[in-house]
Write a protein that binds this ligand. Structure first.
Ligand SMILES: NC(=O)NCCC[C@H](N)C(=O)O
Length: 420
């Protein structure tokens, strides 16, 4: 099968496109853990989707090592907080974000104007910092006179007026590039919903992306319950996309995404895998990632999954959907790639060891080129097994970073990959 190559180029000539999972990576968005991580406590970590609190300076060191491994391969690293700060210098972008974040139904009639005035007076960097790290009542009242507000009046000094967004660390999930466009995702969990608004502003107003001609497959604000999270989306190439119907990504979300990809001719086959709905398997990339053309890591405990092949229907409004039994899982993926079979790399180890390494993101590798991946150093058995199968593994530390249950793939949003 041959597809026309759709590309998106900015006025400055940069071409944003992610045509596969493994094409040489050229540019990526990361988020260095910052003040928002200082907000995590044993009592709020579950609501904020973390399994433990972090030693923040160590997490920053680990993250810097990750970024350096990427830079050493000539991959440009963009930082989310800098993109957001620059974006918020634009008044339309600022209005977009603040209109959505500072909602009177959340903050109350008495506080909303004072909050809006305060936010409007911050420069881009300060506002980005508040949007990511949140703000407590005490911090706010160091900067403004307390308004007459029942909502604020009934809060304790250390309560969050605006909650922190520690999961911005996982830049993969909130926006993901699929061929010549970007999906700005509607998130399943409340703790992550505000992340979407930040990306909407960045992709629409930041000079790097504005007028880039890229398709926008979805904007989370408009998608509601039709959720898709980028960890569930694998751009496997050949005009195909593999999507996990997981705890986070809904069937409706996949249908909307497929319809838009097909309408623009950017993809012609979406395979939806019916995954178990469990936190340990929260996204497809926690159990399966692509490490080379036709080769995938796969967690032993995942087994075979039923799938649905989604293709364009007879009219732009229709989809053609075929169900496949679990035993056909690998064959369906191979077929979409135009291959007779795919290579599945499942580390041979007992089920306890396998479960432990999966929890520590052994399968969550980030390919930086065909057959070259970044993985956490702690997953010794998996890294050894991948190497014995010809995959180069660039190891990074992840003792602290992993406490949010995400590895190198989760922590990266590729924006440019070379074609293969
Ligand atoms: N793709 C991924 O699996 N991302 C990891 C997200 C972890 C984050 N704490 C979450 O629960 O959403």
């Amino acid at each position: 099968m041959t597809m026309t190559l759709n590309v998106a180029a900015t006025a400055s000539g940069t071409t944003y496109r992610v045509g596969s999972e493994v094409g040489p990576l050229r540019q990526v968005i990361l988020h260095r853990p910052g003040r928002e991580m200082m907000r995590l406590t044993p009592s709020n970590k579950d609501d904020l989707l973390f399994d433990d609190v972090l030693w923040v300076s160590q997490a920053q060191w680990e993250h810097d090592r990750f970024a350096q491994v990427l830079r050493d391969r000539d991959i440009e690293v963009l930082y989310l907080e800098e993109l957001l700060a620059e974006t918020l210098e634009n008044l339309s972008a600022r209005r977009h974000v603040l209109d959505r974040v500072l909602d009177e139904r959340i903050f109350g009639l008495g506080a909303i104007d004072a909050l809006r005035n305060h936010a409007d007076n911050l420069d881009g960097a300060a506002l980005a910092s508040v949007l990511i790290a949140g703000i407590t009542k005490g911090e706010l009242l160091e900067q403004i006179v307390e308004p007459d507000s029942v909502a604020l009046g009934t809060m304790r000094t250390d309560d969050f007026v605006l909650a922190p967004l520690p999961n911005h660390l996982f830049t993969r999930d909130t926006s993901c590039w699929i061929y010549d466009g970007v999906a700005i995702n509607s998130m399943r969990k409340v703790a992550r919903m505000r992340e979407t608004v930040n990306y909407e502003a960045i992709y629409r107003w930041h000079p790097r992306f504005a007028d880039g001609g890229q398709h926008v497959w979805s904007t989370g604000s408009d998608e509601g319950a039709a959720t898709v999270e980028g960890g569930d989306v694998l751009v496997i190439g050949n005009g195909a996309v593999l999507v996990g119907l997981s705890e986070r990504t809904s069937p409706q979300g996949v249908e909307r995404l497929a319809g838009r990809l097909f309408a623009e001719g950017s993809a012609e086959h979406v395979i939806a895998l019916e995954m178990p709905k469990a936190r340990a398997f929260m996204h497809l990339d926690t159990v399966m990632t692509m490490v080379d053309q036709g080769s995938f890591t796969k967690y032993a405990g995942l087994g075979m999954l039923p799938s649905l092949s989604i293709r364009p229907g007879r009219t732009p409004k229709e989809l053609s959907v075929t169900r496949h039994p679990a035993e056909d899982m690998h064959g369906v993926i191979a077929g979409a790639l135009g291959l007779a079979d795919i290579r599945i790399l499942t580390t041979p180890q007992d089920s306890h060891a396998a479960e432990r390494e999966q929890w520590d993101d052994a399968c969550n590798t980030l390919a930086v080129a065909p057959g070259v991946v970044v993985g956490y150093e702690r997953n010794v058995a998996t890294n050894t097994y991948l190497r014995s199968n010809g995959i180069e593994v660039l190891e990074v530390p992840g003792t602290e970073l992993g406490r949010g249950r995400g590895g190198p793939r989760c922590m990266s949003c590729p924006t440019i990959r070379e074609e293969i």
